[in-house]
Design a protein. Structure first.
Length: 103
C-alpha cells in the first residue's frame, strides 16, 4: 500500500511541475540540445531564447532572443569570453508564413 501512495504522490508532483512550466503530460516544451555552449563569431543555429554567460561574472547570466543564422556577438566588456547556451527554440514571428510580407 505504501508503494502505491508513493507512486500517486510522484505522479501528482510530476503533473504539478509540468503545469507550472506550461507543459502538458506527454508534450514537454522544446529543450536545449545537450547544453552545447556557443562562442562569439559562431553562427546562431536556431532562433530561440539563449542564456548569456559573461566572463568573471561582471554581469549575472541573463536570457536573450537570438535570430538563427546571425552570428553570436562579443560582449562590450567580456569581448570574446562571453558564452551562449540555447534554452529553448522559438520561431521568429516574421519567419512564419502567415506573417511574411508579400513583395
Amino acid at each position: 500500500m505504501k508503494a502505491t501512495n508513493n507512486l500517486k504522490t510522484h505522479r501528482k508532483s510530476l503533473r504539478l511541475a509540468l503545469e507550472h512550466r506550461g507543459g502538458e503530460i506527454g508534450r514537454p516544451r522544446p529543450r536545449a540540445k545537450h547544453g552545447k555552449i556557443f562562442l562569439p563569431g559562431e553562427p546562431i543555429p536556431e532562433t530561440g531564447i539563449y542564456e548569456v554567460i559573461h566572463d568573471r561574472a561582471h554581469r549575472t547570466a541573463h536570457e536573450v532572443v537570438m535570430h538563427g543564422q546571425d552570428l553570436f556577438p562579443a560582449c562590450d566588456q567580456c569581448d570574446a569570453r562571453v558564452r551562449f547556451k540555447l534554452i529553448r527554440t522559438a520561431p521568429y514571428i516574421f519567419d512564419d508564413q502567415d506573417f511574411v510580407e508579400e513583395p
